[in-house]
Design a protein around this ligand. Structure first.
Ligand code: ARG
Length: 474
């Protein structure tokens, strides 16, 4: 329990017996919230400066308190500070030490504030900084993703739906999809700043204070845009915690999706990507193994982020206003989610730098599953004025025939194609009939081009480019 200078609990006049050992053991949070020491001291300095400006404390007392706080800041930073579980949390540890350094005048520091507004002030400042740090790490991941995409603009692979070969894409195009996701993640974190920018300091325990404080002054000093509106809401609100945990969860989920895909593509069945030895691990029994453990680690950690998000939602469910001890767990969840995500972003960046495409295998796989069927149907529509549905049916019949004859689309002969395209069962319009000859001719040219390879190059930033020059390359 928190004690004053004489090693007594601060509330010992009212509560005369010591708390039970068990309660002393579980009631403290110092091991977790000591991470807030910098923000706590920053908040306290702004608070006493405001108290002095408002003539609530004297110049001398203000200076003494600030001197003591700066000393404590150095002690903690240089690991000379002895944290004591008896004093519950970071706020009481610092206050207790202030008494030791400057004496009884330390007692003025808690005028017109409560730990209830103090802790969320610290916490909001901390989350704002964490948000910037996360976004810097996302930026690095985006850069590495773009670098890999640039190397693979013309790397043809099948795009999948239902994990079945669907249409030809470039690996670069695929990677750029993740750039979009990570860019949204950054935006999601930034959007949270608006709520984080409201200053809780000054609402005290729940109802405000009888002192003539200036909350605009502390807002400005601490980098908040404005004071919060309602004091009861302020001490009860942990929406900003949920917002942060949600943003972490979504970003983590994005990482897990690409991790999962890379795991699949790294498997012996697919063998589409290579991971360098830096990011794989071996097996204790199977000497030949190279396992993508790091990617699995990333996928797994998403569960941790979701868990933290759901824990906080559950803590808040049905919790009456205003402050309850239940809320104290918010910090452990946020710190854990933050550290996990930062770690995952760093690992993922490392994986990207150690990942390359197996272009030959990608192209080989793209040559199975008739993935140019949609392009063939599009061709019929575009060049020969038939409806897409009709072209779709004709192409489906061509695919069926190819499958029956165990051929790829591009291996069908002109006669085979003619058989289907001229078939009356799937009727063409009159105008299309006129065009049937040139259509067959260009279709053959098209199909033969396919025989030499696929021709899709995807430009960066999600634009699909039809580049005929690439015909020659394959
Ligand atoms: N360590 C506490 C927390 O994080 C600070 C607020 C304590 N307030 C109280 N009324 N006991 O929730």
């Amino acid at each position: 329990m928190a004690k004053n200078k004489n090693n007594q609990a601060i509330w010992n006049t009212r509560i005369q017996n010591e708390a039970s050992n068990l309660f002393q053991k579980v009631g403290n949070s110092i091991d977790i919230d000591k991470r807030l020491y910098k923000e706590d001291i920053q908040g306290s300095i702004a608070h006493v400066e405001m108290l002095f400006r408002q003539k609530i404390i004297s110049f001398k007392i203000k200076n003494k308190i600030i001197y003591g706080l700066n000393k404590i800041y150095k002690e903690i930073t240089y690991k000379k500070f002895e944290f004591n579980k008896k004093y519950e949390d970071i706020h009481m540890n610092i206050e207790k030490r202030l008494f030791q350094i400057i004496g009884d005048e330390a007692g003025y520091i808690h005028t017109a504030r409560s730990r209830n507004d103090q802790v969320i002030t610290d916490f909001k400042i901390w989350i704002k900084t964490a948000t910037k740090d996360i976004n810097n790490n996302i930026d690095k991941v985006i850069k590495s993703t773009i670098k890999l995409a640039e190397k693979n603009i013309e790397t043809i692979m099948p795009g999948f739906t239902h994990l079945k070969n669907a249409q030809a894409i470039s690996f670069g195009h695929y990677l750029m999809a993740y750039v979009e996701m990570f860019t949204r993640d950054k935006k999601r974190f930034l959007n949270n700043l608006d709520n984080l920018d409201e200053n809780p300091l000054g609402v005290a325990a729940l109802s405000g204070t009888s002192f003539n404080i200036d909350r605009n002054f502390t807002s400005k000093k601490l980098g908040f845009k404005r004071p919060t509106n309602n004091s009861i809401d302020t001490v009860s609100d942990r929406d900003f915690v949920l917002d942060f945990l949600y943003a972490v969860s979504v970003c983590s989920m994005h990482i897990s999706r690409i991790a999962e895909e890379l795991i699949i593509w790294n498997s012996d069945g697919f063998n589409l990507i290579n991971l360098s030895d830096k990011v794989v691990t071996g097996s204790s029994i199977m000497p030949q193994k190279k396992n993508p453990d790091l990617l699995e680690y990333l996928r797994g950690k998403t569960g941790v982020s979701y868990g933290n998000f759901f824990s906080m939602l559950t803590i808040l469910k049905g919790l009456p206003l205003s402050y309850f001890k239940d809320l104290q767990d918010d910090k452990e969840l946020v710190f854990n989610s933050n550290d996990t995500l930062i770690n995952c972003l760093k690992i993922f960046d490392e994986v990207l730098k150690n990942c390359s495409s197996n272009k030959k295998k990608m192209l080989e796989l793209a040559n199975t599953g008739h993935i140019t069927a949609t392009d063939l149907a599009d061709y019929l529509v575009r060049e020969h004025s038939i409806s897409f549905r009709k072209a779709y049916q004709k192409t489906a019949a061509i695919v069926n025939m190819a499958e029956k004859r165990k051929k790829n689309l591009n291996e069908l002969t002109l006669n085979e194609l003619k058989k289907i395209i001229l078939q009356k069962k799937i009727k063409l319009t009159n105008s299309s009939n006129v065009l049937i000859k040139p259509m067959v001719a260009s279709l053959i040219a098209y199909i033969f081009s396919l025989a030499r390879g696929l021709h899709f190059a995807i430009i960066l930033k999600n634009k699909r480019k039809f580049d005929r020059k690439n015909f020659e390359k394959f």
